[in-house]
Design a protein. Structure first.
Length: 76
């Protein structure tokens, strides 16, 4: 139940964020097949370099909507 709220919120914003990035930024996703093998082995750590303030929103927008990797938990 503890993961329900982050999972709900991340999936709630997934569609508008992904549509926004595709339309305004030309967001294209490549290499999702590599994530499948990583996720099957255990956990995955994503790291962004924050060259732009919106970097942390690109990662969940690139992941599959019903994938095993959501919800994401952030650490700063």
């Amino acid at each position: 139940m503890a993961d329900f709220i982050p999972a709900f919120l991340q999936r709630l914003i997934w569609i508008p964020i992904r549509a926004f990035y595709r339309y305004y930024v030309g967001f294209k996703i490549k290499g999702l097949d590599h994530l499948k093998t990583l996720a099957d082995d255990g956990g995955v750590i994503f790291s962004s370099n924050h060259s732009w303030e919106l970097d942390p929103t690109f990662i969940p927008a690139a992941l599959p909507f019903w994938g095993r990797l959501l919800p994401m938990h952030y650490v700063s």
